[in-house]
Design a binder for this molecule. Structure first.
Ligand code: C2O
Ligand code: CU
Ligand code: CU
Length: 468
C-alpha cells in the first residue's frame, strides 16, 4: 500500500505494538500521586448566531506526555479541532487547507447531499479553500468531522484532523438534559495512540497493524493523557466519540455505576437505557448520563476482564448542579422502517489470509475500493435493507448520507447500544440494517460506505453509491 508521509518522518516500528499492558490499570490510577491535571474540552465554535463556520488546518507540534513533541495537525489549533455547534438551517462553511497534502472535511453524521459531504471526491488542495453552503435539517445529535482522503485517512486522523459537532435545537432544558459545555455536558474524544520511549506519538503501520487496525499504547482523551474530568455533584452528560483508528472499547465504571444511554449516532432515544457496559467502535458516538451526586471519584474503564483506565473523574462542589435527576422520557422517535424496504443488498466486509497473501485482501463484496466504480445505485427517498457480513474480524460499518436502524444482529434483536439511530455499527458476524436514503449523491460526489477501522478503509474496505 502506498503511504505518503503526512507530517512525520518515518518512525521506527515498535516492538510492543499497542500492548494493553502499557495502558493504565485501576491501581495505577488510584496510586497516582501526580497533581490533578484538569481535562479540558476542545474550544467551542458556536455557529448559531452567524450561520458561518471557518476552519483552517494548522500544522503544529504537541507535547502529549510532557516531554518530547510530535508534529501534529488540527483545525484551528495544533491537534484536533474545535467542538462546532450547529443548528438546523443554512451553514456557510469555509475550510482552508494550509498543509502540504490534500485533506478533506467530511461531516460524519451530518445528513447532507454528497456534494457537501466532504468525502474522498472533495479534496481540498494545499492553499485552497472549500466553501460548501450546507443545509442542516436533522434531529439533535453528536456527530463529528474528519479528513477523508483515500489511503491517507488513517494517518491524517491519527495526527489530529478530527473534531466533534453538536447539532443542537435549544430544547435540552425542556428535556431535562445537562447542556453546559465542559461543566455538566462533556465532549470526550477517546483515542488510543502509540508513543515511543521518548514520548513521541508515532504512526507506522506494519502488515499486522493493517490487519488488526493500528492500536496505541496510551489513552488520550481530547488529546490529553492522564487528565481528570472534573464534574459537578449531579447528573453529567458525556458525549463520547470513539475517534480511535481501530480500537473498540467496552466502557464501564470501576464502581459499576450505570451509564444511562440517551443518544446514539443519529439522535436521542425515546427514553434513557441503563447499561453496565457500553461498547463503542471507531466512528461511533454515544451520549450517556452519569450520576455523580454521591461525590466520589470513579474511573471510566474499558474491557472488563482485561481492564485498563480511560478517564478519571472527580467532583467539585463549587460547580453548579443544574440537573439533579434523570429524565424519565426523551423525545427521540425511532421510526420503524420494517416492511418499507424496496430492495435488499448484500454487503460483505472482506479480508482473508489467502487474499492478504496476494497483496489485496481488503474489499467489499470481493472488490477493493475504486474511486471510479459506483458499487450501488440507490433510488432517492427509498428504503433499503442492507445485509452486512463481517469476515475474520468484527468490522464497524459506516454509511454516509443516512441514519439507519439495526433490525437484527446475528438473527437476534440488536444489543441496547444499537437500538437507536445509527450511522456506524460494529458487525461481529451479520447484521441487517434499514435506512431511507433521503440525501442525493451524484456519480461525481457519491456517498461512501466502509469499515471505520481506518487502516481497513484505506486498504480498500470501502465502496461508494449514488442516490438519485
Ligand atoms: Cu467517519 Cu467515511 O467516515
Ligand atoms: Cu461518514
Ligand atoms: Cu474492518
Amino acid at each position: 500500500m502506498k503511504r505518503r508521509h503526512f507530517l512525520t518522518s518515518s518512525s521506527a516500528m515498535l516492538g510492543a505494538a499497542g500492548a494493553l499492558s502499557q495502558l493504565p490499570t485501576r491501581r495505577a490510577f488510584a496510586q497516582s500521586k501526580a497533581p490533578l491535571t484538569r481535562l479540558s474540552m476542545p474550544p467551542l465554535l458556536d455557529t448559531r448566531a452567524t450561520g458561518r463556520l471557518a476552519l483552517t488546518t494548522s500544522a503544529g507540534s504537541t507535547s502529549f506526555l510532557g516531554g518530547a513533541t510530535t508534529p501534529t495537525a488540527g483545525f484551528n489549533q495544533d491537534y484536533l479541532g474545535p467542538t462546532i455547534v450547529v443548528q438546523n438551517g443554512e451553514l456557510a462553511a469555509e475550510v482552508k487547507n494550509t498543509l502540504g497534502d490534500p485533506i478533506s472535511a467530511h461531516w460524519h453524521g451530518l445528513l447532507v447531499p454528497g456534494e457537501h459531504d466532504g468525502g474522498p471526491h472533495l479534496p481540498i488542495a494545499t492553499g485552497e479553500t472549500w466553501r460548501p453552503e450546507i443545509a442542516i435539517a436533522q434531529d439533535p445529535a453528536t456527530v463529528w468531522y474528519h479528513s477523508h482522503i483515500h489511503e491517507q485517512t488513517a494517518e491524517q486522523v491519527y495526527f489530529g484532523l478530527a473534531g466533534v459537532i453538536h447539532v443542537r435545537d435549544g430544547q435540552d432544558d425542556a428535556r431535562g438534559l445537562p447542556s453546559a459545555y465542559g461543566i455538566d455536558d462533556l465532549t470526550l474524544v477517546l483515542q488510543d495512540r502509540r508513543f515511543d520511549a521518548a514520548g513521541r506519538m508515532v504512526y507506522s503501520a506494519s502488515r499486522m497493524d493493517v490487519m488488526h487496525g493500528f492500536s496505541g499504547n496510551r489513552m488520550l482523551v481530547n488529546g490529553q493523557a492522564g487528565a481528570t474530568a472534573v464534574v459537578p455533584k449531579g447528573i453529567t452528560r458525556l458525549r463520547l466519540l470513539n475517534g480511535s483508528n481501530a480500537r473498540i472499547y467496552t466502557l464501564f465504571f470501576d464502581d459499576a455505576r450505570p451509564m444511562h444511554l440517551v443518544a446514539t449516532d443519529g439522535g436521542f432515544l425515546p427514553a434513557p437505557v441503563a447499561l453496565d457496559t457500553l461498547r463503542l467502535a471507531p466512528g461511533e458516538r454515544a451520549e450517556i448520563l452519569v450520576d455523580f451526586s454521591g461525590g466520589d471519584a470513579p474511573i471510566l474503564m474499558s474491557d472488563p476482564g482485561q481492564s485498563y483506565g480511560i478517564l478519571q473523574f472527580a467532583t467539585d462542589t463549587t460547580l453548579p448542579t443544574r440537573i439533579g435527576r434523570l429524565p424519565e422520557q426523551l423525545d427521540g422517535v425511532l421510526e420503524d422502517l420494517l416492511g418499507a424496504e424496496v430492495n435488499t443488498r448484500q454487503v460483505s466486509l472482506d479480508m482473508g489470509m489467502g487474499r492478504m497473501m496476494r497483496g489485496g485482501g481488503f474489499a467489499i463484496n470481493g472488490r477493493p475500493f475504486d474511486m471510479r466504480r459506483i458499487d450501488f445505485e440507490v433510488a432517492l427517498g427509498s428504503v433499503e435493507r442492507w445485509h452486512v457480513r463481517s469476515t475474520m474480524l468484527a468490522h464497524p460499518l459506516h454509511v454516509h448520507g443516512v441514519r439507519f436502524r439495526v433490525v437484527s444482529e446475528n438473527g437476534a434483536p440488536p444489543r441496547p447500544e444499537n437500538i437507536g439511530w445509527k450511522d456506524t455499527v460494529l458487525v461481529p458476524g451479520e447484521a441487517d440494517l434499514l435506512a431511507r436514503f433521503d440525501q442525493p449523491a451524484s456519480r461525481e460526489t457519491p456517498f461512501m460506505f466502509h469499515c471505520h477501522i481506518l487502516e481497513h478503509e484505506d486498504a480498500g474496505m470501502m465502496g461508494q453509491f449514488t442516490v438519485t
